[in-house]
Design a protein around this ligand. Structure first.
Ligand code: IMP
Length: 436
C-alpha cells in the first residue's frame, strides 16, 4: 500500500491542499510533518472553501486518520480557532491526533518576531509573523522550548515557563524596549487552551507506525515549498522548517524506506510571498494581470503574492532533492489567454550561464533569466475532464515541464475544485485508485 509524500516544488502556494484532499479520499492516514500556522492549505468542494493551517486537509474524509506530527509548531490559540471553525461547519474531528512532541508557539515568539522584523527594516525576511522562526529557534536551543505535552501538564508548565519568560522579558525590554509579559496571564492563557486541546494530544508516532505496519495508505502533506526549506531553499529568505520530502521522515518518525512515492506539486507559473530572490519575477501590469487572474493573495496573511514565470533550474533542483516520482501541474487555467508563456531555462550571472541552481543562493539576486517562449492556449478550460479536452499547446507545455523535472506529470489541475482534476496516463498508472 502506498505511502505518498506531497511536496511543494516552488516557494509554497502550489495548491498542495487540493491535491492532498483529492488523495485523502482514498487514503487511510493523512499526516502533517512540518510548519505551522504560516501554512494556508485550501480545500474547495460543495461550494465551500476551507483554509487549513495546521489540521491536515484529509480531515474532510471521515474515514481518514489525521495526524499532526512532531515536526510542527503550534499556536494553541490559532489551533483552537481552526478546530472551532471546522466543528461549526459540521466537520468531524474524532480522527484528529496531535503529537505531544510538537512545539508550542508561545506569546513571546510572536512579539520577538514582530520586533525583529521591524528592526531589520529593509533587510527583513518578510515572515508571516506567526512566531514560526522563534519557536523553531527555541526547539534548537532546547532549554527554552515548550512542547504540546508540556502544555497539557500544568505542573510541568508552571516549572518550565518562569525562567523562559524571564529570559524573554529581559530581551524584550533591553533589546526592543517592549513591555514585559505577565507570568500569571501567560499561564492562564495556556490553561484555557490546554483544556480545549488535551483530548487531541498523544503519541502520533505510535499511531503512524501501527498504520505503516498494517500497510495503510498514507499521505504526508508537506507545507510551504522546497525553495523555503531551511537548508535547501533560498536561505536566509526561507521558513524555519523542512518542507522537502526528507522532512516527512524528520517530522514524523517514519524511515525513508517506508515512503513509496513522492508527488511534487508545481504551479504552472511561480509565486512567492515575502522577501528574497525571485529570478523570473514579473513586474508592473504583467504582474498585476497574472496576480488578479490567479487570485494570488496569501491564504494566511492576505498579502499580495509576487508572481513570475516557471523557473527550470529551481524545478529540476526540487525534483532531485525530493526524488519526485511524478508531479502535478496546477492552475494551468490561470495561464489561459496569454499569447505566449515562458520558462526560464537558465540564469545569466556575472556573464556566466547557469542551468543548475547555484549552491550559493545569494547569486540568485544577480540572476538574469534566460527565457524560452512557448505558444499559449486560449479559452475556458476549467470544465475539461480529460487530457483530450486540453489544447495542443498546453500538451506541449506539459511535455516541456516533464523534461525539466525528468518525471511524468500525473495530474493536471484546471481549477480549485475536486472535480477539476485530470489524471494523465502516467497518473492512472501511479495512482490507479484515483481513476475508479
Ligand atoms: P515564516 O514561515 O513565517 O517564518 O516566513 C518565512 C518565509 O516563508 C516568508 O517569506 C513567508 O512569506 C514564507 N512562507 C511561510 N509559509 C508560507 C506558505 O505557506 N506559503 C508561502 N510562503 C510561506
Amino acid at each position: 500500500m502506498p505511502a505518498i509524500v506531497v511536496v511543494g516544488m516552488q516557494w509554497g502556494d502550489e495548491a498542495k491542499g487540493k491535491i492532498v484532499d483529492v488523495l485523502s479520499r482514498h487514503m487511510d492516514v493523512c499526516v502533517r510533518y512540518n510548519g505551522g500556522p504560516n501554512a494556508g492549505h485550501k480545500v474547495v468542494f460543495d461550494g465551500q472553501t476551507h483554509v487549513h493551517h495546521v489540521i491536515p486537509a484529509g480531515i474532510h474524509n471521515p474515514g481518514t486518520l489525521c495526524l499532526v506530527c512532531d515536526g510542527l509548531v503550534i499556536d494553541p490559540k490559532e489551533l483552537s480557532v481552526e478546530i472551532d471553525g471546522l466543528r461549526k461547519r459540521g466537520v468531524r474531528l474524532d480522527n484528529l491526533h496531535i503529537s505531544q512532541s510538537a512545539h508550542v508557539i508561545m506569546p513571546w515568539h510572536k512579539m520577538v518576531e514582530r520586533a525583529e522584523e521591524t528592526k531589520l527594516a529593509e533587510g527583513k525576511i518578510g515572515t508571516t509573523l506567526r512566531g514560526i522562526g522563534p519557536c523553531y529557534a527555541d526547539k534548537a536551543r532546547r532549554w527554552s522550548a515548550v512542547r504540546m505535552g508540556d502544555l497539557v501538564n500544568l505542573d510541568v508548565l508552571r516549572t518550565k515557563v518562569p525562567p523562559i519568560l524571564q529570559h524573554y522579558n529581559a530581551m524584550l525590554a533591553c533589546v526592543y524596549g517592549a513591555e514585559p509579559l505577565e507570568l500569571d496571564a501567560v499561564l492562564a492563557e495556556c490553561e484555557t487552551y490546554a483544556k480545549e486541546l488535551a483530548p487531541y494530544i498523544g503519541d502520533t508516532q505510535a499511531l503512524l507506525q501501527d498504520a505503516v505496519d498494517a500497510g495503510k495508505r498514507t499521505v504526508f502533506e508537506g507545507s510551504q515549498g522546497t525553495m523555503l526549506d531551511l537548508d535547501q531553499g533560498t536561505f536566509p529568505f526561507v521558513s524555519s522548517s523542512h518542507p522537502i520530502a526528507g522532512g516527512a521522515c524528520l517530522g514524523t518518525g517514519v524511515g525513508p524506506r517506508d515512503i513509496n512515492e513522492v508527488i511534487g506539486v508545481v504551479k504552472a507559473y511561480t509565486s512567492r510571498v515575502g522577501e528574497g530572490p525571485f529570478p523570473t519575477e514579473l513586474h508592473g501590469d504583467a504582474a498585476s494581470n497574472l496576480r488578479e487572474k490567479g487570485r494570488e493573495y496569501g491564504s494566511t496573511t492576505g498579502r499580495p503574492r509576487r508572481v513570475g514565470w516557471l523557473d527550470a533550474p529551481c524545478l529540476s533542483f526540487a525534483a532531485r532533492v525530493n526524488s519526485v516520482s511524478a508531479i502535478t501541474l496546477q492552475s494551468v487555467d490561470v495561464l489561459s489567454d496569454f499569447p505566449t508563456v515562458k520558462i526560464c531555462r537558465a540564469y545569466r550571472i556575472n556573464g556566466k550561464e547557469y542551468t543548475r541552481l547555484p549552491s550559493d543562493r545569494s547569486l540568485l539576486n544577480l540572476a538574469e533569466p534566460v527565457f524560452e517562449e512557448f505558444e499559449g492556449w486560449t479559452g475556458d478550460i476549467t470544465g475539461a475532464k480529460s487530457m483530450a479536452d486540453l489544447p495542443a499547446s498546453l500538451h506541449s507545455y506539459v511535455a516541456t515541464v516533464e523534461k525539466v523535472v525528468s518525471a511524468p506529470v500525473a495530474i493536471v489541475s484546471v481549477g480549485p475544485g475536486r472535480d477539476q482534476t485530470i489524471l494523465t496516463d502516467a497518473g492512472k498508472k501511479l495512482l490507479p485508485f484515483l481513476s475508479v
